[in-house]
Design a protein around this ligand. Structure first.
Ligand code: AP5
Ligand code: MG
Ligand code: ZN
Length: 219
């Protein structure tokens, strides 16, 4: 099963993809996480991505699409994947569709996680993430057991450079201009499932799993 998680910055794509991937035994591929890992490692990909991410702009399609198509060939993707943060514009969506056809695969479902703008700002303002495994936390809504340390791997928690008020504003603009049109794109082909993204983390993941249930039974 190939699933896309679509939603604004801070909607909970990363939080939910981690939970749902574990529940359904799918690989979790997050383009933002792949770029941040590359930056941490100081690779050429990281150097290319950094200046765009800092400004809240999209990394060029050519780099991003190739990275995802390569990653999808890894053995852990055989049982299925959740794509978190990709595709993010129509060019990426079309390139993904075309590549999957040649691989005899297709997107089964696109989960659109809907959250109000007020809640998005609150979530991004309080977010801390793990430097080693990228797990997201929130200062008040989902704090780690020990402050500053990741519950999952003990890694150091930090605030993302693009979570400043100014860059968040830019990311939201980019989202509404370039990514939100994908809601229509996937609705037209009957693949969109809209899920209410507010409420507790568990409540949201239950909604997502039930939105994917039909697909699971059909397999
Ligand atoms: P990316 O890393 O994908 O960032 P994003 O889309 O802006 O989304 P976020 O990761 O900020 O939010 P999220 O929805 O994952 O929310 P989270 O679960 O963390 O991309 C970053 C940059 O990389 C882009 O700007 C671009 O430059 C580049 N990039 C990435 N993909 C690209 C692509 N395809 N093409 C080109 N460029 C690309 O949750 C947020 C907070 O809320 C956390 O603190 C969490 O603990 C909390 N929270 C989550 N759920 C709940 C809940 N139910 N209740 C209360 N709090 C909650
Ligand atoms: Mg994320
Ligand atoms: Zn960690």
């Amino acid at each position: 099963m190939y699933v896309v998680f679509l939603g604004a910055p801070g909607a909970g794509k990363g939080t939910q993809a981690a939970v749902v991937a574990k529940k359904l035994n799918l690989a979790h591929i997050a383009t933002g996480d792949l770029f941040r890992q590359a930056i941490e490692k100081g690779t050429a990909l990281g150097t290319q991505a950094k200046s765009y991410m800092e400004k809240g702009m999209l990394v060029p399609d050519k780099i991003t699409i190739q990275m995802v198509l390569d990653r999808l060939l890894a053995p852990d993707c055989v049982a299925g994947v959740i794509l978190d943060g990709f595709p993010r514009n129509l060019e990426q969506a079309k390139a993904l569709d075309e590549a999957l056809v040649t691989r005899n695969k297709t997107i089964d479902k696109v989960v659109y996680i809907k959250v109000s703008e007020q809640e998005l700002l609150k979530r991004l303002g309080g977010r801390w993430i793990c430097r080693s495994c990228q797990a997201p936390y929130h200062a008040t809504d989902s704090p780690p057991r020990v402050w500053g340390k990741c519950d999952k791997c003990g890694g150091e928690l930090y605030q993302r450079a693009d979570d400043t008020a100014e860059t968040v504003k830019k990311r939201l603009e980019v989202y509404f201009a370039q990514t939100a049109p994908l809601i229509d794109y996937y609705t037209k082909v009957g693949k969109l499932a809209e899920v209410e993204g507010e409420g507790g983390i568990e409540a949201v993941s239950t909604r997502i799993v039930s939105a994917l249930k039909g697909k699971l039974k059909a397999r």
